[in-house]
Design a protein around this ligand. Sequence first.
Ligand SMILES: CC(C)(COP(=O)(O)OP(=O)(O)OC[C@H]1O[C@@H](n2cnc3c(N)ncnc32)[C@H](O)[C@@H]1OP(=O)(O)O)[C@@H](O)C(=O)NCCC(=O)NCCS
Length: 149
Amino acid sequence: MAHAVHPIDVTPAAEALLAANALPVSDLRGDPPVVLFGAGADDRLDGVVGLELHGTVALLRSLAVDADARRGGLGMALVAHAEQQAAAHGAQAVYLLTTTAAAFFARLGYRDADRGHAPAAIAATRQFSGLCPASSAFMVKHLLRDAPG
Ligand SMILES: CC(C)(COP(=O)(O)OP(=O)(O)OC[C@H]1O[C@@H](n2cnc3c(N)ncnc32)[C@H](O)[C@@H]1OP(=O)(O)O)[C@@H](O)C(=O)NCCC(=O)NCCS
């Protein structure tokens, strides 16, 4: 099934979907602001994903799919879209923190990363420095350059 993923603002619907999945919303309007993408109607999102762009690295965050829309490929489509956007903005690696979906991300090519060697821009994010529990998995995927398509 094809999923249409498009840029969205930080709307009440996006915040509600994230909050319902116990994901941080307090830092969505940071500096730089989180870039959000969504699928579904503006007022009732099926899924959302966010990116913090920091030059050659990006932080993927705020991934949530409404419980009624899961297991249909939307989660994968949102991650793929975020990776494409990160690459288009010059990122060579995408990092993330997760307490709930490490196995999901591992299937998508993410590998455990060493917190001690996190790029400075990633270590400075609020997700890394406090909002995500220390027990979170810290993962990275290196993006292919000059990938076809
Ligand atoms: C993780 C999440 C985004 C996956 O969304 P989804 O739309 O169900 O994902 P997909 O349908 O694209 O799943 C792709 C594959 O991953 C599998 N998968 C889904 N969630 C998984 C999980 N938590 N762990 C391991 N595998 C998972 C699916 O079974 C599917 O495999 P299959 O095709 O062999 O069945 C969704 O479960 C969710 O919103 N969870 C709560 C919020 C969360 O944990 N977000 C991540 C925080 S960083």
